[in-house]
Design a protein around this ligand. Structure first.
Ligand code: HEM
Ligand SMILES: CC(C)=CCC/C(C)=C/CC/C(C)=C/COP(=O)(O)OP(=O)(O)O
Length: 303
């Protein structure tokens, strides 16, 4: 049997651009993950974390996460080609040869993991490898095609960066780091299902068992609302456990009100634009929660 990578029609090299290699790494998603990792680093020690752990940690985690994203582009190339949102991606559109993308994905992953093992610590390298495999293999190659709970389980890989940041500095996984992971983990369903409601027909056409396809829109809208509340409850735990102070509590309360307003609109109103708007707000929300943790930590250091 011929290798499916080799079986694809040849593509003229001149059709791709170096920007395609950047796109393979899902840079905007990875930047938000790195913000979460940086906050994990900052909160792991009372003062400022050591510069070398911060720099090598962020570069290593960023490269490995980009590598995982590139593997996702490769494994999903046929599926991506069936959806309007993703059809123009470099590998899906056959602009970038799959073997080249594979080489790039391997280069990013090996360099990132190698840097973590060499300059940071082995625990961080192993945890990052687990996240990489969790997203690129467990989620993309298996769960995404198998169950509507794909993102609740697969979300664990995407939620790992605060822990990876934390262990980069301390070399061990403390409970506070797991709490930061839990915030991103609980946030993933409202983040993604809001978009999945908007893109329901595309997922149905491509035969991907996302929740709105298998259980309908009304059920998914309710889940966005319920997981929204779960996220709100978990974001209060850093204050409840003494990990963060009043600056965080006031800020996160305001963010949570806005977040639940959007989730309410998704659940209860007929506003067609609500799911997509809620999705975009979810990104500002997670950035806001982590920025507040950082601000609060440094307000604590100054005060
Ligand atoms: C399994 C977990 C997750 C799933 C299934 C998911 C799904 C998605 C999807 C389908 C998009 C749209 C991408 C596009 O149109 O190009 C997206 C965008 C985005 N996601 Fe997630 N996501 C997950 C986890 C995360 C995590 C953990 C973060 C960051 C901490 C994150 C940050 C973002 C950002 C920043 C965007 C916007 C990208 C852009 O501007 O194009 N996501 N997500
Ligand atoms: C090492 C480490 C931290 C790994 C995490 C890697 C990573 C970039 C996770 C991203 C999560 C994400 C955007 C999922 C969407 O995948 P999808 O395939 O459902 O969405 P798509 O249709 O837009 O490709």
């Amino acid at each position: 049997m011929r290798d499916s990578l080799v079986a694809e029609p040849p593509v003229a090299l001149s059709t791709w651009h170096w920007r395609d290699l950047v796109e393979l790494g899902k840079p905007r998603v990875v930047v938000v993950m790195l913000v979460c990792a940086l906050v994990g680093m900052a909160l792991s020690v009372p003062g400022l974390p050591p510069g070398d752990a911060v720099v090598f940690g962020l570069v290593g985690i960023g490269l490995a996460a980009s590598g995982a994203a590139a593997f996702n582009h490769i494994l999903d190339r046929r599926l991506d080609a069936m959806m309007v949102r993703t059809a123009r991606r470099p590998v899906a559109s056959r602009r970038l040869p799959t073997v080249l993308a594979l080489g790039w994905a391997l280069l990013l992953s090996v360099t990132g993991l190698g840097l973590l093992a060499w300059q940071v610590n082995l625990l961080t390298a192993w945890l990052t490898l687990a996240s990489l495999l969790g997203y690129a293999l467990v989620y993309t190659a298996f769960l995404k095609r198998a169950t509507p709970q794909n993102i609740t389980i697969g979300g664990l890989a995407g939620a790992a960066p605060p822990l990876l940041g934390w262990t980069s500095v301390t070399g061990s996984a403390e409970p506070e780091a797991l709490l930061l992971v839990l915030i991103v983990f609980a946030w993933t369903p409202p983040h993604f299902w809001a978009l999945a409601i908007h893109k329901r027909d595309e997922y149905a056409r491509a035969n991907v068992p996302m929740l709105p396809v298998t259980h309908g829109e009304a059920f998914t809208r309710l889940q966005v609302w319920l997981y929204g509340w779960l996220t709100v409850a978990i974001t209060l735990l850093p204050y409840a456990t003494g990990m963060a102070g009043a600056v965080y509590l006031v800020g996160v309360a305001a963010l949570n009100v806005r977040f639940m307003q959007w989730n309410w609109r998704v659940w209860r109103t007929k506003d067609e634009s609500a799911p997509l708007a809620a999705f975009w707000f979810s990104i500002r929300y997670i950035l806001g929660v982590f920025a507040l943790l950082l601000l609060d930590h440094h307000a604590g250091l100054v005060g």
